[in-house]
Design a protein around this ligand. Structure first.
Ligand SMILES: [Zn+2]
Length: 168
């Protein structure tokens, strides 16, 4: 997974990638494996789900995406994992519940994953994917998606700031 190169701290984590035909709306999703055993284990297992059902809701077909978009999206998911690894079990469960019930919390979690991705240097790749989903989405879907996620034009200033800091 090329995106792992941006997250050296995740190299010793257990990350499984799974196709999920039952996913709705989303293209990808990262979670700790949902089992008591996993939360009791010395080392948690994390899963990145890839939507393999593109018929429903006209989700983007991950397998047909250009390589840079794939890496950018994986980098966003790894951004989530990087945050999860910093949290204890109680905090993770609390986070999961909050994510489901609060739109503003969900937004802050997604914004944070994008910000980590940019800070790690994968911002341009992320932007390609963001632009692609913006272009692909219907007017209605756009409203729903970008109520939670940064718009491409909102990502750009963060990326420019990162690049400016790097060129110093
Ligand atoms: Zn996300």
């Amino acid at each position: 997974m090329a995106a792992l190169a941006y997250y050296p701290e995740l190299h010793d984590q257990i990350i499984l990638i799974e196709e999920d035909p039952n996913m709705t709306g989303l293209t990808m999703m990262a979670q700790p494996e949902k089992s008591t055993k996993n939360f009791l284990a010395e080392k948690r297992t994390y899963k990145i789900y890839v939507n393999s059902n593109t018929e429903k809701e006209r989700a983007l077909d991950f397998h047909k995406m250009p390589e840079d978009v794939k890496i950018g999206w994986f980098a966003h998911e790894l951004g989530h994992l990087s945050e999860y690894t910093q949290r204890g079990n109680t905090s993770l469960v609390f986070m999961g519940l909050n994510y489901l019930i609060s739109k503003s919390f969900k937004r802050s979690v997604e914004h944070y994953a994008d910000e980590i991705t940019i800070a790690r240097g994968a911002g341009r790749l992320l932007l390609s994917g963001s632009q692609m989903s913006f272009d692909h989405a219907s007017e209605k879907a756009r409203k729903r998606i970008f109520n939670i996620y940064y718009l491409p034009e909102e990502l750009e200033p963060f990326i420019l700031e990162y690049e400016k800091a790097c060129s110093k």
